[in-house]
Design a protein around this ligand. Structure first.
Ligand SMILES: Cc1cc2nc3c(=O)[nH]c(=O)nc-3n(C[C@H](O)[C@H](O)[C@H](O)COP(=O)(O)OP(=O)(O)OC[C@H]3O[C@@H](n4cnc5c(N)ncnc54)[C@H](O)[C@@H]3O)c2cc1C
Length: 185
C-alpha cells in the first residue's frame, strides 16, 4: 500500500511498521509485545509490527525476531484503505451541509479510532434524535468539552489519516476530565 505516492486524501488505519520506518529512518528497532490468543492455543498476536508487506517479507521479519525463528504465520497482516466524506462539509452538530437531517459519525468522516467514532456517534445521534423530536440541535464549544475540541478540529481541519485527539486542547480553556461529559437540556 505504501508506494511513496502521496495518497493522504484517503484515511488508513493503524500506523504500520513500514510507514514508521520511512517516517523515522534513524530508528532501527521497534517494540513488539506478544498477546496470547487463548489458553488452549499457541497462537499469539504480535502487537507493534502491523504490516501489509508481501507474505514472504512478513515471514522473514517474524523469523528475524529472537524466539520466533521457527514461527508459522497463521494469518498474514493486511491493510485497509477507504474513501470518506470530507468532514469539513459537516456542521458542528455533525449534520451534513449538503443534505439536511443526514448526520455522519466515525469512520465515514475519515477518523480511525474507536474513541473518536464513539464520541462522534454520541454527538450525531443526539442531534439526529433532537431533530426528529423537533428540538434545537446542540453541540459543546471548544472551551466546554473535549468533544467540542474534537468536533471543531474535525469540521475545520478535516479528518485524514491522523487520529483526532484532545491533545490540542488549550489548558487555559479549563477543559479537564470532569468536563468531558457536559449536560445538555
Ligand atoms: C483490524 C482493525 C483494527 C483496529 N484497531 C483499532 C485500535 O486498536 N484502536 C482504535 O482506536 N481503532 C481501531 N480500529 C478502528 C476502529 O475499529 C474504527 O475506527 C471504528 O470501529 C469505526 O467505528 P464506526 O462506528 O465509524 O464504524 P463501524 O464500526 O464500521 O460501524 C459501522 C456499522 O454500520 C453497519 N452498516 C454498514 N452498512 C450498513 C447498512 N447499509 N445498513 C445498516 N448498517 C450498516 C456495519 O455493519 C457496522 O456495524 C481498527 C479497525 C480495524 C478494521
Amino acid at each position: 500500500m505504501y508506494s511513496g505516492v502521496d495518497r493522504r486524501s484517503r484515511a488508513t488505519l493503524c500506523r504500520r511498521s513500514k510507514t514508521k520506518s520511512i517516517a523515522l529512518p534513524s530508528r532501527t528497532r521497534t517494540r513488539s509485545s506478544w498477546s496470547p490468543k487463548g489458553l488452549s492455543t499457541s497462537e499469539i498476536y504480535p502487537n507493534g509490527i502491523s504490516t501489509s508487506l508481501p507474505f514472504d517479507v512478513q515471514l522473514e521479519l517474524v523469523h528475524s525476531i529472537r524466539g520466533l525463528e521457527q514461527a508459522h504465520i497463521l494469518r498474514p497482516g493486511y491493510a485497509i484503505e477507504y474513501d470518506y466524506y470530507d468532514p469539513r462539509s459537516l456542521r458542528s452538530t455533525l449534520e451534513t451541509k449538503a443534505i439536511a437531517n443526514l448526520f455522519f459519525a466515525g469512520q465515514i468522516n475519515g477518523t480511525t479510532g474507536y474513541e473518536e467514532a464513539a464520541a462522534q456517534g454520541l454527538l450525531a445521534g443526539l442531534n439526529a434524535a433532537r431533530r426528529a423530536l423537533g428540538r434545537e440541535t446542540w453541540f459543546p464549544r471548544r472551551d466546554q468539552a473535549y468533544l467540542g475540541v474534537l468536533a471543531d478540529d474535525l469540521i475545520n481541519r478535516g479528518g485524514g489519516p491522523s487520529r483526532t485527539g484532545c491533545s490540542p486542547v488549550a489548558p487555559s480553556t479549563g477543559c479537564r476530565c470532569a468536563r468531558t461529559m457536559p449536560t445538555c437540556d
